[in-house]
Design a protein around this ligand. Structure first.
Ligand SMILES: Cc1cc2nc3c(=O)[nH]c(=O)nc-3n(C[C@H](O)[C@H](O)[C@H](O)COP(=O)(O)O)c2cc1C
Length: 385
């Protein structure tokens, strides 16, 4: 059994719970490290007021003792500070007459209608509370544990925004190890065209509209040989695509050249080899995005994902009031205009969880003491470029 995790908790409920199983023992970990990533998730131009209310204080409630993982499941908890304003609405106890802020008009593009029909909920709040991306706060916390593990093995992950709406930035990503230092300086987490990107959000906001975009997540320092060509579900693109598609509002994923490769002639779509130092084989380019045949090449792993514009519009879309059956404007819940910069940070955690699982599958072991030398030996063995 590899790495697995679950999350629980509603957007305005008491808090969020996460459990990560399969992390080896002996990994140095503390809440302050996890908090660094939690803070990065909340950044970005276009986020709503909720981000100011929540501090996303992460508590480690299991699996770590005196700053080291035990090999047992790691349990994390984040309190929703907003719960105190929602206690009557969201408390677990049955208190007659306390149901407030009922939602009857589903938002097109959100989970409200289908979730309500599926679970037979008349109050659509029962759906939107869990469909909300508030859940990603705990997913990022779990992913940060995976990031810590990878870091110990010399693997780094960074991200940036490459497009908002039809404004795209084609600045090269550069070194993955310094990508976050550069992207975090920008309010939209982009490396170029910052003014145009901010202006795009401002225009949408003024029009009561919302913004989507494209994120890029890059992993560097990867050993070659993660994933496998031998079985469909072991091709590393498969769990990566699954992880990104599991993120709220993500509608497309590509690795390396992705969709553009389809229109590129074969002579310019692949990475030619050349003799490298010490009898090794070197790649001339990295058009594949770091994976060939479902296996990491040892080059930077480059994943891009398309995020749709958020479904809650301040100028609401047309909908139907499920109580009356009459046409109505969609429900308005406090909402972001643009969450693409946050999605990029979340993407780092999603990739970290997949890569940590792939490292554990290849190198095995129950403790860092076992795993770290195995990775080192593999890197030295000459299979890495
Ligand atoms: C970081 C982040 C923040 C989000 N914030 C909002 C928001 O404020 N308002 C909204 O309507 N949707 C928001 N979403 C998107 C919804 O969660 C998502 O559209 C919804 O769960 C329906 O799922 P689907 O879009 O994957 O079909 C956000 C998504 C992410 C990743």
């Amino acid at each position: 059994m590899g790495l697995r995790f679950l999350t629980a908790g509603e957007s305005h409920g008491r808090g969020l719970t996460g459990i990560l199983e399969g992390m080896p023992a002996g990994l140095r970990l503390d809440a302050a490290y996890l908090m660094k990533q939690a803070v990065r998730r909340k950044m970005g131009y276009g986020r709503g007021n909720r981000q100011k209310i929540e501090t996303d204080q992460i508590e480690i409630t299991g699996g770590v003792r005196h700053g080291l993982t035990l090999g047992s499941p790691i349990a994390l908890w984040i309190e929703n500070r907003d719960f105190k304003n929602w206690q009557d609405v969201m408390q677990a106890e049955d208190c007659p007459g306390s149901v407030k802020r009922r939602v009857d008009v589903p938002r097109p593009g959100h989970a409200d209608l289908v979730g309500g029909l599926k679970y037979r909920h008349k109050d659509l709040r029962n759906v939107l509370e869990r469909a909300s991306a508030r859940e990603t706060a705990i997913r990022v916390a779990l992913g940060s544990v995976a990031r810590r593990f990878l870091e110990e093995l010399g693997i780094v992950i960074g991200s940036r925004v490459v497009a908002l709406g039809d404004v795209s930035d084609d600045t090269p990503a550069g070194d993955p190890a310094t990508l976050n230092d550069r992207a975090d300086r920008s309010p939209v987490r982009a490396l170029g065209r910052e003014k145009e990107l901010v202006a795009f959000i401002e225009r949408a906001k003024a029009a009561g509209d919302t913004v989507g975009g494209v994120i890029e997540v890059v992993a560097g320092g990867l050993p070659s040989g993660l994933g496998s060509h031998v079985q469909w579900d072991r091709r590393l693109e498969a769990p990566i695509a699954e992880a990104f598609m599991s993120l709220n509002a993500i509608k497309g994923v590509e690795i390396g050249g992705g969709f553009k490769t389809a229109a590129t002639p074969g002579s310019r779509a692949h990475d030619e080899f050349e003799p490298g130092p010490g009898g090794r084989v070197r790649y001339r380019t990295n058009r594949s995005g770091g994976i060939d045949g479902g296996i990491t090449t040892g080059q930077a792993l480059v994943v891009r994902a398309a995020m749709k514009p958020l479904a809650t519009l301040m100028r609401p879309l047309g909908s139907v009031d499920l109580r009356t059956g009459k046409a109505a404007a969609a429900h308005i819940e406090r909402s972001d205009v643009c969450a693409v910069p946050s999605a990029a940070v979340i993407g780092e955690s999603l990739l970290a969880l997949v890569l940590a699982g792939a490292v554990l599958e290849k190198f095995g072991g129950d403790s860092m003491e076992e795993i770290a030398p195995r990775v080192k030996r593999w890197r030295k063995s000459g299979t890495s470029i």
